[in-house]
Design a protein around this ligand. Structure first.
Ligand code: MRU
Length: 354
């Protein structure tokens, strides 16, 4: 039971891998210590997976959902013949409490719950839940490859151009290849990319620690910039698209994503740069009417008060640290999913596809 299962698709290079399922354990690449260390943490039960999601060992909306799926599978494997169903349900509750904004977590748990409801023995649950978690992982990778194709269809391909991205939406944040960063990878494969500007993404630095690392190790031309440099970069005219991922997309096309995304959308509109959101259908939450209904995670002030344990602000100062914001649909040119593209998203376009 120790050979890792990693989805392979059409033998295409899919980049870095962040999760490895071994049949009886889940290994996660510890994203808190990248790029200084490449360290893998093993998880044998759902509680440790929930802690790793909460502490951001694994992060990024699709990767959170997939890890939670494996967490449920581990709960089934660990359960005993007495009270197995209750134990798995408890694990699902704990996983659901790990992070609030990315709807992929709740979507994945719903898939697992549907399978659990149809199981009548512990053995059946252990087998079927593991299979379902692997399927969620593989489907996410397939969705990313499909989105990259759709996205290129939206772009003018007459000459190579630069793009700007925010946070990390790559192989580290997904089942592989990436959402927005999958589009970047595909542009590079097609020789359409001059370079990608990567916002450093304060305060957790997903851009500098993860995106820059992920792209540089694959030889994709990446330039790191402070978040506050985005306006000046757009004013230079080389960037044609801002491409970002999403944590939740509501029925009217509003998009929650990493804090700072909304300001990029405002800047892009001012500079006539196109703004694209790339996310799988598992990120769409048609039950919420608008972005105002999305729960926005607030994280601890320490993320702003320190850098790697070194204080960078006066002790005891008040901190406001919402880690996501909502970009209104009217600032978005296209939402790209594996099902197709919603142009100038709004209620009717979203309803048409979802
Ligand atoms: O706090 P994080 O690192 O989990 O936030 C991640 C993001 O905001 C990503 O942009 C989003 O999840 C899309 S990942 C494909």
């Amino acid at each position: 039971m120790s050979e890792p299962v990693s989805p392979s698709h059409r033998n295409r290079a899919i980049g870095t891998v962040a999760m490895r399922w071994h049949g009886d354990r889940l290994d996660l690449l510890d994203q808190r210590v990248l790029p200084a260390e490449e360290s893998w943490l093993s998880h044998h039960d759902a509680s440790s997976v929930a802690s790793s999601i909460r502490d951001m060992v694994v992060r990024g909306a699709p990767a959170i959902g997939i890890s939670a799926g494996y967490g449920v599978a581990l709960a089934a494997l660990q359960s005993s013949s007495n009270g197995w169903r209750e134990a798995i349900e408890e694990a699902m509750t704990e996983l659901a409490e790990s992070r609030p904004t990315a709807v992929n977590l709740f979507w994945a748990l719903r898939q697992m719950r549907n399978v659990l409801d149809a199981c009548s023995t512990r053995g059946q649950a252990a087998e079927r839940l593991a299979k379902t978690a692997i399927r969620l992982h593989e489907d996410d990778l397939s969705a990313n490859l499909a989105m990259a194709e759709h996205a290129l269809g939206v772009m003018d391909q007459t000459a190579p151009f630069a793009v700007l991205t925010h946070c990390n939406t790559g192989a580290l944040a997904t089942g592989g290849y990436g959402t927005a960063l999958g589009v970047v990878r595909h542009l590079h494969e097609k020789k359409l990319l001059t370079q990608v500007y990567a916002d450093e993404t304060r305060p957790w630095l997903q851009g500098s620690r993860l995106t820059a690392w992920e792209l540089a190790r694959e030889g994709i031309p990446v330039t790191l910039n402070a978040d506050s440099a985005a306006a000046a970069i757009m004013a230079q005219g080389e960037v044609k698209w801002v491409i970002v991922g999403a944590d939740r997309i509501t029925a009217n096309g509003d998009v929650a994503n990493k804090i700072g995304t909304y300001s990029l959308a405002v800047l892009a509109r001012y500079h006539k740069v196109k703004f694209m959101v790339v996310a799988p259908a598992s990120t769409v939450d048609m039950e919420l009417a608008s972005g105002r209904d999305i729960p926005i995670e607030q994280r601890e002030g320490r993320e702003l008060l320190q850098v790697q344990g070194v204080p960078i602000a006066p002790p005891g100062i008040d901190v406001y640290n919402p880690v996501f914001d909502v970009t209104p649909a009217n600032l978005i040119d296209a939402i790209v999913t594996e099902r197709g593209v919603v142009y100038e998203p709004g209620v009717s376009g979203m309803k048409g596809l979802f």
